[in-house]
Design a protein around this ligand. Structure first.
Ligand SMILES: [Zn+2]
Length: 147
């Protein structure tokens, strides 16, 4: 951190605080907090389902390694695997819309997928997630790692 010369101690302290706040703001932007996640789900529900899906809470969980998301319709709660963090936003939105749809329709029947058709990137997001799963199963060939 570069501190301008000839600052008083009080000024210097203020400067450091401002810089740390900026850094913290950048970090929090990269991973949504649970509150932002819930707000995002509400906006998506509004946009694609006419606001009919009303999640009570949406939060990240780290104990979910075989599913990207899950929900408990009776509680209106949605949980997302932390493995989605860092993936493109359209993938995150797809998983949110998928779980939101389960608040309205249980299972994966035609009625369920009809809801998701309103989101234009459903197919692309499903392809992305399938690719992630497939890549995790690939053997790590020595040749592929040479540069
Ligand atoms: Zn599902």
């Amino acid at each position: 951190m570069l501190i301008p010369a000839r600052m008083s101690e009080a000024e210097e302290q203020r400067w450091v605080t401002v810089m740390l706040d900026k850094l913290a703001a950048q970090e929090s932007r990269s991973v949504l907090g649970d509150r932002e996640l819930t707000e995002r789900a509400l906006r998506l529900s509004e946009q694609y389902y006419g606001g009919r899906a009303r999640p009570g809470s949406v939060r990240w969980v780290t104990n979910q390694n075989t599913r990207w998301g899950s929900c408990t319709p009776s509680e209106g709660s949605i949980r997302l695997s932390h493995r989605l963090q860092g993936m493109p936003e359209y993938v995150l939105d797809y998983v949110l819309l998928h779980e939101l749809a389960h608040l309205l329709v249980p299972g994966h029947g035609p009625g369920f997928w009809r809801l998701l058709e309103s989101y234009p990137r459903t197919e692309r997001a499903r392809g992305y997630l399938e690719g992630v799963v497939a890549a995790a199963r690939l053997p790590h060939l020595p040749d592929a790692r040479e540069e």
